[in-house]
Design a protein around this ligand. Structure first.
Ligand code: TPP
Length: 809
């Protein structure tokens, strides 16, 4: 193999580059293969075999260059244009590419998402079939893609920062399954138009601050669907705009910024190899702005670029097509002759077509088998009734339809059962039994892996009640969580805590007081004010084997991070069909301060967006400690809302503060009673208990239940047990009407069948439908209070006995 080209070495620290005829031809082969896959992919959509297609055509050459710089253990955090780099790294086969296009739900066929994600949303399997981490340094990795533009940016920060922690924290040295001395870098990718998103700028800044070894590529084809750059960014060039981040010579502060043309293969190779080497060695992030990229087939299958690109632009794109340019360069430089290239192209065209067909057959086979089984069973039904014509009609509809889907079979089963309703038929029962079998399989296909299914699921963590010495000290609430975090930091060397004011100050309520001094500034650290990338920092660290506790200072500010929490963190396991996990704990505090942005309770808004996480609402700091201990023993992500006014309330310090656990999804009865069940959580527990005392004087025996976690909710139906006894129920919280009280009501009355046990109207007491006003009176008139709880319970009792339980006011 001749060394025809050696990228020149700007820093004279250039790694050895394999730049041979063979390697160039390999790159070209992958680029051609990828292009062919895009072309055929689009055709599959246009002929109705797939629903939608978005492809990486036009970005191939940049990506084969990028792949050259990847090392085992490196991680991609990219988006839907990256099929070529995935193929070049051997992380995506052509059949897998098509399987995802067809939404094939077999994880063997689409290992990225088991058909759950739109096409071109890639990921690698970081977990084995038991949900345990594999050796992440043994292969290239790709964190799971998302559709929202720039949504991959926050996670990229954490993925990169993990390398820094692995390099700099001696206590992590033996975790070689996740990192070898922090030498892994992250390859981020983003489209030019997505750089108009705030998440992009926040993430670039955070990478710089954290010295996260991230190499971020901007694929710039000058458009975001139909909207050109002039409507996206303030200056004509993104790299110009980014130049303020450029680090000064001999400084580690800032980023390196490179610009390279997307059709210039040798320069791309040189740039990627240089940049990656520096990022890897120095842990200084870099951006490669890849310009003059094209989009031969347009943005996606929905729409045609001729509608918004001029004839001149389209002509320019043809001339600057990377593949065409690379081909010409190879011919000009004598790397290959035209005959060799033509033969290569011909071969790839044939192979991609075959692979596509293979993927299609693999996708269709089990469905066709189900179709055949349906036809058999339905024939059995038709022949066992006097007039089987209606059933036969359904059969022939299914028989005739090409590429029948499972939904069509479900509709057909229903139609058959409608046709033979009220006829006791063995054949009908057989059909029903088969449908139940299908249900089971489909439930897994489309519903599995919302939460961890591994042996480490926090739902399996044994309950360890708090224990108290006779002389257990009474401490402030913050000292209780502080003792819990101290024990956890000691127990788990991979526990990393961070957030605004978490480091030096020990958080604004002192939960981490003194712990930075004790464990160091990388274990307990401050962050900038950047909630979305605090979330992303947590996700990325967790995906690389660390255990982050990331703090968002107040509950009201979680909204800044909610998109990342909802779209990314909560769906990691689901969207990868259990191939990846991110056991991050997001800590915040809320309720009962004062004013619109310090005492809000947008609980339903949050909890309904984060299925896939546990939502814990501890009523005091001992419960909070128990929940943290449970979560740290598990491998799911979670959101914990501590009670803001609990930090100064005294609690006895359990002697087993580092071991006690609180089970998730198991409510606690705080006060037993016979007349009314009041269901609440968090700060409202105290208010309801105070009301219950007065209600006893008024002759009402109230059972008070703390749900403890909103997700999961009452896994053992303890609230139903209470309702069976009292037959009256009131839900109390600080959310808006119809918010988390509505959520709880649905769970109990509908989900648990509580409706059947009611003797009185089920009621909810929540905050009034406005944001909380400031000041003590503002608070009183904006949140449920003791008096309102008493009145609501009396109203419930009055339904049965209005004379005895007259309203007080
Ligand atoms: C948050 C969000 N807004 C809008 C969209 C719809 N959308 C999908 S791709 C796209 C354009 C992205 O352009 P660019 O970042 O340049 O990437 P390209 O597709 O050109 O590679 C838009 C607006 C989205 N996916 N997410």
């Amino acid at each position: 193999m001749t060394e025809r080209f050696t990228p020149h070495d700007k820093s004279s620290r250039q790694p050895a580059v394999e730049f041979t005829d063979e390697s160039i031809l390999r790159d070209y082969r992958i680029a051609v293969r990828s292009r062919e896959a895009s072309l055929l992919g689009r055709r599959e959509v246009l002929t109705g075999k797939a629903k939608f297609g978005i492809f990486g055509d036009g970005k191939e050459v940049a990506q084969v260059a990028m792949a050259r710089a990847f090392r085992k253990g490196d991680v991609r955090a990219g988006y839907y244009r990256d099929q070529t780099v995935m193929m070049a790294l051997g992380l995506l086969t052509v059949p897998e590419f098509f399987a995802q296009l067809y939404a094939d739900p077999d994880v063997e066929h689409d290992p990225s998402s088991a058909g759950r994600q739109m096409n071109a949303h890639f990921s690698t399997r970081m977990l084995n079939a038991r949900g345990e981490w594999m050796n992440l340094t043994a292969s290239y990795q790709s964190s799971a893609d998302l559709s929202p533009t720039a949504a991959q940016m926050p996670r990229m920060v954490g993925l990169g920062y993990a390398s820094r922690l692995y390099r700099e924290l001696p206590e992590l040295a033996d975790r070689t399954q996740f990192s070898k001395h922090g030498d892994e870098i992250v390859f981020g990718t983003i489209g030019n138009a997505s750089c108009a998103e705030g998440l992009f700028w926040e993430a670039v800044n955070a990478c710089g601050v954290l010295h996260a070894p991230v190499l971020l590529s901007i694929w710039d084809d000058e458009y975001g669907i139909s909207v050109p750059n002039e409507f996206q960014i303030a200056r004509p060039s993104l790299s110009d705009m980014l130049s303020g981040f450029q680090r000064q010579p001999d400084s580690r502060d800032g980023l390196d910024i490179y610009t390279v043309k997307g059709w210039d293969y040798p320069s791309l190779c040189e740039t990627y190899l240089n940049a990656a080497e520096i990022v890897r060695r120095e842990h200084v992030p870099a951006v490669i702005h890849v310009t003059e990229l094209t989009q031969p087939q347009g943005h996606s299958t929905s729409g045609s670029q001729e509608r918004y690109k001029s004839a001149e632009r389209l002509q320019w794109e043809k001339e600057h097509d990377g593949l065409r340019r690379m081909r010409q360069w190879m011919l000009d430089a004598g790397f290959a002759d035209a005959e060799t290239l033509e033969s290569l192209e011909e071969t790839e065209r044939g192979r991609v077509a075959d692979w596509k067909e293979e993927a299609w057959q693999a996708y269709r086979r089990p469905i066709e088998a189900e179709k055949a089984e349906f036809l058999d069973l339905a024939a059995g039904v038709a022949s066992s009734v006097d007039d089987g014509s209606a059933v036969e009609e359904v059969r022939s509809r299914v028989k005739r339809s090409p590429n029948v889907l499972r939904r069509d079979l479900y509709a057909a089963i229903h139609d058959v059962l409608v046709a033979v309703r009220n006829q006791p038929l063995a054949a009908g029962d057989q059909l029903r039994a088969w449908r139940r079998e299908l249900d089971e399989a489909n439930e897994r296909r489309y519903g599995a892996h919302v939460l961890s299914e591994s042996l480490e699921s926090p739902l399996r963590v044994p309950v360890v009640p708090p224990q108290y010495d006779d002389d257990a000290p009474s401490l402030n609430g913050f000292e209780i969580v502080n003792a819990c975090f101290d024990a956890a930091l000691k127990r788990y060397p991979n526990l990393i805590a961070f957030g605004e004011d978490v480091g030096k100050l020990g958080d604004v309520n002192q939960g981490f007081l003194g712990l930075q001094e004790k464990y160091g500034a990388l274990r307990v650290s401050d962050t900038g004010i950047r909630e979305a990338t605090i979330l992303g920092q947590a996700i990325g660290l967790a995906m690389r084997g660390l255990r982050p506790i990331a703090e968002v200072q107040y509950l009201d500010y979680v909204l800044y991070a909610l998109q990342t929490m909802s779209d990314d963190l909560a769906t990691v396991q689901y969207r990868t069909f259990g191939g990846q996990k991110a056991p991050a704990i997001i800590r915040t505090r809320g309720h009962r301060l004062e004013g619109i942005w310090h005492s809000g309770s947008p609980m339903a808004g949050i909890l309904n967006l984060v299925h896939g996480m546990h939502v814990c609402v501890p009523r005091d700091m001992t419960r909070a400690a128990g929940m943290y201990n449970t979560l740290l023993r598990g491998d799911d992500p979670a959101f914990v809302v501590e009670v803001l006014n609990g930090y100064r309330i005294k609690e006895r310090l359990p002697s087993n503060i580092g071991e006690l656990t609180v089970p998730l999804g198991i409510p606690e009865v705080l006060r037993a009673g016979e007349d009314v069940t009041v269901v609440t959580y968090g700060a409202c527990c105290r208010i309801v208990l105070a009301a219950a005392e007065i209600l006893t004087e008024l002759g009402v025996d109230v059972e008070v239940i703390d749900v403890q976690t909103l997700l999961p909710f009452d896994r053992e139906q303890r609230i139903l047990d209470s309702l069976k006894k009292t037959n009256r129920i009131l839900f109390v919280d600080e959310d808006m009407p119809g918010g988390a009280t509505g959520f709880m009501m649905q769970k109990v009355l509908d989900g648990q069948g509580g409706y059947h046990w009611l003797d009185a109207q089920p009621r909810a007491l929540s905050a009034p439908p406005h944001r909380p006003a400031y000041g003590s009176d503002g608070d009183y008139f904006s949140k449920p209070n003791r008096e309102q709880v008493i009145d609501a319970v009396l109203a419930l009792m009055a339904e049965r006995d209005p004379k005895r339980f007259k309203p007080l006011v």
